[in-house]
Structure formats: structure tokens, C-alpha cells
Ligand binder design. Structure first.
Ligand code: TPP
Length: 367
């Protein structure tokens, strides 16, 4: 595959629908993108009003998440980093289940043992993510090698930011992918920044996807704000992997419209003009306009959809807030099949003294 910018077969300005899509599929893609945007907006509001401690949003990157999950099978495994939580929503996880993670409550899959935004969902084939940039790439390639060895038809998809392509693990993962040709699709989410560092300060190459060629991994670059283009590139790569024809590296060119995280202030390192320019390419607005052009959406239906989704997001995050914290003894669960005696002793000692540490004084004790 030559490293080129892939284009949908028909112009998105054309009146006819893109090849191979039904109106329902296109509207579902849009619904998923709106859900991601609305949940991210809500996360920020909750964080700014002190109701959750920390959040990471993916504003501007909704097209990639909606397209990838639509192109892959739900049984394919996702090895994400911290900015792809929207894929969980696209796979049908509830907003409440994601909010449970942010609140660290007793419904959180990881029982509040992970930092906020470190989602995990076995049922949705969404592998627990790591804060350490790049580590999950080698897990994805290893899992793909296992699928190849077992002869099953599962594809692994993994994601890394532009900054993450400078990590050691990016090199290791591509080396193994290039040599063993397992069924893995590796995405570079080039949102132009690694916190405050623009791509030009991270890499001297003319683009990021060409790095794949050096490892023998066919590579392609797509407009990451074009949901149809990302879908087509993903479907081609996944079908190819499933046929036993090896890995693909896909660079999705997009823009991080929001801050790096709720602890970041992007106005300190990029101009308002630049952000205004990027907003004109907003993938959600762009796709809404395309749907309107195709006669599948109008302003009234669009507003109704937004109202419905925003209400659902508020209701479900409010539900998450009502759940209590995990019980202390759960700290000892899920680590050993049989809890070792030494740990059981510590657990019993802690539980015997639980009343010495009232919850209202939490934070004052070095637990
Ligand atoms: C190995 C490692 N080095 C540094 C960090 C600190 N860190 C956290 S996020 C981040 C930026 C990553 O940027 P990029 O890969 O472009 O992804 P983006 O956040 O832009 O989506 C850095 C350097 C880390 N978590 N792990």
C-alpha cells in the first residue's frame, strides 16, 4: 500500500450516499458522534463544578472512534489509550458505566483502583488502558500474534497519539508487526499536539504514517475528520488482516479541539486563530452538514437528537453520582484466585478497625 491520503470513492458533497452505506448506518454513525461529544461536554462540566476530579475529552476526534467501531466486529479487541473512551459508547456501553469509572464508585469495573479515565470493559472487548504511553501497542501485537497462532479470525486494533510514535514501544510493536504479520490495525491519532508540543517538535519526518514503511508495515494516511474515509480505511485494513494478509498502520489526521486534559490550558501554547481554524473542520458539524446534504437530516431532527442525547447523558451521569464507594474489603478481591494467608490477615485486621476511620474524615488517613 502506498502512503497516500485516502479519499472516499464519492465526494461527500455529492447528493448520493457513499457507496455501501444505508441511511440507518449513516445516522447511527452520527448518533454515536453526538453521544461522544455530549458526554465529553458533560465530563468537563462535572469536572469544572467539582463533581469529578479529572477528565480527558476527545472533542474533534469523534469521527475516528465512530468509524473504527463501525468497521470492526464487536468481538475484535480494542487496545486504546486515554482518548478513545467514545468507542465504548459506540459499542453500546452506557454513559452511566463510563461515569461510574470517573466517580470511582462501587459499580466501576475496576472498583476505583484505577485513575479516572482509565476505562476497562471486558464485555466490550476494550482492554484496560495504561497511563504509560505506548505499552498497549505491544500488547495488541502480542494478542494478534496469539490469534494468528490459534487460527481464529479476531482482529486487534490499537491507537497511539502523534507524541506516542516517539515511544520505544511504538518501535517494538512495529518491529514485531512487520516481521510476523499478525492481524493488527494500528492507528496513529495525529491530533497535532502531545500536550503542548506540536508535531513539528516531535518528528522530523514529513508525516507520521511513513514510519510504518520502514518496518515493513503497509501504511496509509486518512482525513481523521471524515468519518466515511476512516471507515473505509479501517474496513480495508481489518478485512485484509482477517484474510491473513497482515498489519496496517493508519494515520488519522485530526485536531485536538479541547485541552489535553482537565489540568491543561491550551491557550498557553496555541493561538485563538489556530483553534478557530480547526473548529471550521469540526467532524461532528461536518458530518451533520453531509447528512443534511444527503437529505437524511434537517435542523429540527438534529436539534431533537441533540436534546434527547444531552438529557440522557445528564440523567445517566446523575445516576452514577448516586452510587456509593466500593467497600474496603474489595481491595483484596480479584488479585489472587485464593487470597494468601498474609493478605487475608491484613484484610481482617483492616475490617476490624474500619470504624476507626469514618468515611467523613477520608483524606486525613494515609490509606
Ligand atoms: C512513557 C510516557 N512518557 C510520558 C508520559 C506523559 N504524557 C502523558 S500524555 C502525553 C502526551 C501524549 O501525546 P500524544 O501521544 O500526541 O496523544 P494525545 O494526548 O495528543 O492524544 C505525555 C507526554 C507518559 N504518560 N508516558
Amino acid at each position: 500500500m502506498t502512503p497516500t491520503m485516502s479519499k472516499p470513492k464519492k465526494s461527500n458533497d455529492s447528493k448520493s450516499l457513499p457507496e455501501g452505506f444505508t441511511p440507518e448506518q449513516l445516522l447511527k454513525l452520527y448518533r454515536n458522534m453526538v453521544t461522544i461529544r455530549a458526554f465529553d461536554q458533560r465530563q468537563l462540566n462535572l469536572q469544572r463544578s467539582g463533581r469529578i476530579g479529572f477528565c480527558v475529552v476527545s472533542t474533534g476526534e469523534e469521527a475516528v472512534q465512530a468509524a473504527v467501531t463501525a468497521a470492526l466486529n464487536d468481538t475484535d479487541w480494542l487496545f486504546p489509550y486515554y482518548r478513545q473512551h467514545g468507542m465504548l459508547l459506540c459499542r453500546g456501553a452506557s454513559v452511566e458505566s463510563l461515569a461510574n469509572q470517573l466517580y470511582g464508585n462501587d459499580q466501576d469495573h475496576a472498583m476505583a483502583r484505577q485513575m479516572p479515565v482509565h476505562y476497562t470493559d471486558k464485555e466490550k472487548h476494550f482492554v484496560s488502558l495504561s497511563s504509560v504511553i505506548g505499552t498497549h501497542l505491544i500488547h495488541a501485537v502480542g494478542a494478534a500474534m496469539a490469534a494468528q497462532y490459534k487460527g481464529d479470525d479476531t482482529v486487534m486494533a490499537t491507537f497511539i497519539g502523534d507524541g506516542g510514535t516517539s515511544s520505544n514501544d511504538f518501535h517494538s510493536a512495529l518491529t514485531f508487526a512487520g516481521v510476523y504479520k499478525p492481524p493488527v490495525v494500528m492507528y496513529i491519532i495525529n491530533n497535532k499536539y502531545a500536550i503542548s508540543h506540536p508535531v513539528s517538535e516531535q518528528c522530523g519526518a514529513e508525516s507520521l504514517h511513513i514510519k510504518g514503511e520502514g518496518y515493513g508495515v503497509p501504511s496509509v494516511k486518512v482525513d481523521g475528520n471524515d468519518v466515511i474515509a476512516v471507515y473505509e480505511a479501517s474496513k480495508n485494513a481489518a478485512d485484509k488482516a482477517r484474510r491473513g494478509e497482515g498489519p496496517t498502520l493508519i494515520e488519522c489526521e485530526t485536531y485536538r479541539m479541547g485541552a489535553h486534559s482537565s489540568s491543561d490550558d491550551p491557550t498557553r501554547y496555541r493561538s485563538q486563530d489556530e483553534m478557530d481554524e480547526a473548529a471550521k473542520k469540526d467532524p461532528v458539524t461536518r458530518f451533520a452538514n453531509q447528512l443534511k446534504n444527503w437529505g437524511l437530516l434537517d435542523d429540527v431532527a438534529d436539534k431533537t437528537l441533540w436534546d434527547e442525547i444531552e438529557t440522557m447523558v445528564v440523567d445517566q451521569t446523575n445516576e452514577a453520582e448516586k452510587h456509593g464507594e466500593p467497600a474496603w474489603e474489595t481491595l483484596f478481591d480479584d488479585v489472587y484466585a485464593k487470597v494468601p494467608e498474609s493478605l487475608a490477615r491484613q484484610r481482617d485486621e483492616l475490617m476490624a478497625r474500619e470504624s476507626d476511620f469514618p468515611r467523613e474524615n477520608e483524606g486525613e488517613f494515609p490509606l
